[in-house]
Design a protein around this ligand. Structure first.
Ligand SMILES: NCc1[nH]cc(CCC(=O)O)c1CC(=O)O
Length: 313
């Protein structure tokens, strides 16, 4: 999908080369060109192979976590081989290299998780096998349905759907946003937010560049979505405060409505047996209530939950 343009592009956008990542990069280019009045050829999409896309048979948490999606793009961005990186915000580590920043978050897509293979949590057959490698999805599912069994399921969206088809599991989870971007929403059943809390940052495309690159920063700022930024920064602040990693079973939902952010978060033990929840309401940018919520959750963390987060002080 890289443009074979004879003229020099005005911006080089790095992206992973999975079909979902490419769809996100194309969406970014479309929005950028519309905002700046550029022709598509002026933005070059540069696919960069990520280590996370090479190892598919083990859970992400086991092989080194989220840096697997960002390491190569970070290298290319740091070396100036690309001007900006397009990420699924959900896959980006909470703490980023100091020399980068995010001038743009695109308007959030459907943030819900979907089930494939069952119409709802209640409709999952007794004792079903659930394919997922996300600790949050596994723990939250086992919390609601302790009769189910979880097996590791990795790979891109098509690979996971293929595994389901092949009978490796009865049911799997996929993000509504990813399915939508790939035009595959019809296979999935979205889970209502009062029953199921999605991942922090789910449904958001984040664009990162070098903090000292004023020119690229100004260009990207043209497509930043303020409401999405407000939600995302609060969700990332909670994760940072909880000291969670990609191993940590945490679900969080922050929604902007009428100028206020409403946040709901749940922490689980990996086996789903333990669950604690909390909520907060606050103005955009005011993260003191987020820190208080995190402190409260950490203080209430049960023995099965506490080891997966920052030790409560
Ligand atoms: N971990 C892979 C990943 N990263 C982002 C998305 C979905 C798109 C999004 O959240 O914006 C997915 C697929 C999935 O979880 O089903």
């Amino acid at each position: 999908m890289t443009e074979a343009s004879t003229s020099t592009p005005r911006l080089r956008l790095g992206t992973r080369n999975s079909p979902l990542a490419m769809a996100q990069a194309v969406e970014t280019r479309t929005r950028l060109c519309a905002a700046l009045g550029w022709a598509e050829e002026e933005v070059e999409l540069v696919p960069v192979l990520a280590s996370g896309d090479k190892v598919l048979d083990r859970p992400l948490a086991e092989i080194g976590g989220k840096a697997l999606w960002t390491k190569e793009l970070d290298q290319w961005l740091g070396e100036g081989r690309i001007d900006a990186s397009v990420h699924s915000a959900k896959d980006v580590e909470t703490i980023r290299p100091r020399e980068f920043h995010f001038p743009a978050f695109l308007p959030r897509a459907d943030r819900r998780d979907c089930l494939v293979g069952a119409a709802s949590i209640a409709a999952i057959p007794e004792g079903a096998i659930i394919g997922t490698s996300a600790p949050r999805r596994a723990a939250q599912l086992l919390n609601l349905r302790p009769d189910c069994k979880v097996v590791t399921f990795r790979g891109n969206v098509a690979t996971r759907l293929g595994k389901l088809e092949a009978g490796e599991a009865d049911v799997t989870f996929l993000a509504a946003a990813g399915l939508e971007r790939l035009g595959q929403s019809e296979v999935a059943h979205p889970l209502a937010q009062d029953e199921w809390i999605p991942a922090a940052a789910q449904g958001v495309i984040a664009i990162e560049c070098r903090a000292d690159d004023a020119e690229t920063t100004a260009l990207l700022a043209a497509i930043d979505h303020a409401a999405t930024r407000a939600e995302l920064e609060a969700e990332r602040a909670l994760l940072a405060e909880l000291g969670g990693t990609c191993h940590s079973p945490v679900a969080v939902l922050c929604e902007l409505a009428n100028g206020h952010l409403a946040m709901r978060a749940a922490l689980f033990s990996p086996d789903g047996a333990e669950r604690i929840e909390g909520s907060a309401s606050f103005a955009p940018g005011d993260h003191a209530p987020v820190r208080a919520l995190a402190a409260d959750l950490l203080a209430r963390a049960t023995p099965g939950i506490a080891p997966h987060f920052r030790a409560a002080g």
